[in-house]
Design a binder for this molecule. Structure first.
Ligand code: GLN
Length: 476
């Protein structure tokens, strides 16, 4: 059976019908990983033995008629900044090379322990989730499955490429200013940033706490809906998680009323040549500056703890006093982008500049929120491209941080407002690179945007297309 062809929810049916075993699935996925990983570098480590062992145990339980949870042993990639007990969680940073968390993140308790997905490995990312290309990883970059000369997007680039290239069924990423939606767009898959507070952040290594959310990535909307159903919900261990019942996202897909709306919107779009209701966002032009001021300020405070003594790995050179050792540790173990952000964030928070930068950014953040609230008085969802371009080449922007920051213009406002945003593939450009379509919903209306995404996906029918894993032709 060509296991790789099927979506997660289809394989679950086949497992239930005993047409395929979990061991066969994991075996085939590892064959695919072994064949493609040298080209892609989606993972920072793989756990084949443990995965096969768990698959065997789950098959055994199934044959005894026992329940094995909602994720049926399907293979998943976990971004390298979500804590898994006793297993390396390095945030793609030298400073956390030897970190083994003493506990599981809440999403890991749910996805791996309770509902029994099988984690095949940790996915590559920009160091501490800072970036839009996965080039800022201490392990080196990940490559885009649609064109190996290009970036997979970031910061959850490994989580994007492993799903697109069929190394896993789905993955978990985190999104502070676009890090799920950007790689979803560049890799041609589905990625959802939930409403702030919908998913517990307990055990997610913080980049910028007031913006970070964990979310699902998959090849089709149904699989993301399924994964969201598992990870969403209140967690007493995260005071920013919201106590609101979790909807049955998978059962609510394909609702007829919405379908009519989307169908007519699509035919309207076609007949009218893409004319839609335009919404104005008076403060959008300040979004990038606001986002980066807030994200860097929070990051500088979060990353203060890594001095090598209590947190993180210390430099080998212990000459000088404690401050010299601390600075040497941070200088050696943090990459250039992380250092840049710590410096800028510290500057923005320093006495004398605090009011001018940080407080101002907070004020604009609430104006951006209001812009969205006004827009949602007129519509149910806001659509836009996810990214201003398709995947750019490796090395193209990495030395031009400001240009790289501008890539987040369409995703970061959603985090500033705390809203849910979905990216689904909506077609390809003339270089055969996927284009992401972003659907932004009102607070806790994940259901609504998943539904819209699902209907568009069913109409577009491109989600089974397999990326070529080739380099683009030279002199195109
Ligand atoms: N590219 C953005 C940044 O570098 C977003 C990162 C993210 O969402 N983690 O901050």
């Amino acid at each position: 059976m060509k296991i790789l062809y099927y979506m997660g929810y289809e394989l679950i049916e086949k497992i239930k019908q005993k047409e395929v075993t979990i061991q066969e699935i994991i075996q085939q996925y590892f064959e695919r990983i072994e064949e493609t990983e040298p080209l892609l570098h989606s993972f920072v480590n793989l756990t084949k033995e443990d995965s096969l062992k768990k698959a065997k145990e789950l098959d055994k339980k199934l044959s005894q008629g026992k329940s094995i949870g909602r994720l049926y042993g399907l293979p998943i990639g976990i971004k390298d900044l979500i804590c898994i007990k006793n297993s390396p969680t390095t945030c793609a940073s030298k400073i956390l090379k030897s970190f083994r968390p003493p506990y599981n993140a809440t999403v890991i308790e749910k996805v791996i322990e309770k509902e029994n997905a099988i984690c095949v490995g940790r996915t590559n990312m920009d160091e501490f989730a800072m970036g839009s290309s996965t080039e800022n990883s201490c392990y080196g970059p990940t490559y885009n499955p649609w064109d190996l000369e290009r970036v997979p997007g970031g910061s959850s680039g490994g989580s994007g490429s492993c799903v697109a290239s069929r190394q896993t069924i789905f993955s978990l990423g985190s999104d502070t200013g676009g890090s799920i939606r950007c790689p979803a767009a560049y890799c041609g898959i589905v990625g959802l940033k939930p409403t702030y507070g919908r998913v517990s952040r307990y055990g997610l290594v913080s980049y910028a706490n007031s913006l970070d959310q964990i979310g699902p990535m998959s090849r089709c909307v149904h699989d993301s809906a399924l994964l969201l159903e598992v990870i969403a919900g209140h967690d007493p261990l995260d005071s920013t998680s919201v106590n609101k019942p979790v909807e049955k996202y998978t059962e609510l897909l394909n609702q007829p009323i919405v379908k009519e709306k989307v169908n007519s919107a699509i035919s309207k779009l076609e007949s009218l040549g893409a004319k839609t209701l335009e919404i104005s966002f008076p403060h959008l032009e300040y979004a990038i500056a606001t986002y980066y001021l807030i994200a860097m300020s929070e990051a500088s405070s979060n990353l203060e703890r890594y001095e090598g003594l209590q947190y993180g790995d210390m430099t080998d050179n212990l000459e000088g006093d404690v401050f010299e050792v601390f600075s040497r540790t941070r200088g050696e173990k943090f990459g250039p982008e992380v250092r840049r952000r710590i410096i800028l964030g510290t500057y923005a928070l320093s006495a004398g500049y605090y009011d001018m930068f940080y407080i101002k950014a907070l004020k604009i953040r609430s104006l951006i929120k209001k812009d969205f609230q006004k827009a949602f008085e007129q519509c149910d969802a806001i659509v836009s491209p996810t990214m201003p371009t398709t995947a750019f080449k490796i090395g193209e922007l990495v030395n031009d941080p400001l240009q790289m920051y501008l890539m987040d213009v369409l995703t970061c406002p959603v985090n500033l407002a705390g809203l849910p945003g979905l990216s689904i593939p909506c077609g390809f450009d003339n270089k055969n690179l996927p284009i992401g379509f972003q659907i932004i919903g009102n607070y806790f209306e994940e259901n609504n945007i998943l539904n819209l995404g699902y209907l568009l996906e069913q109409d577009l029918k491109i989600y089974r297309k397999i990326p070529p894993l080739k380099r683009s032709v030279k002199n195109e």
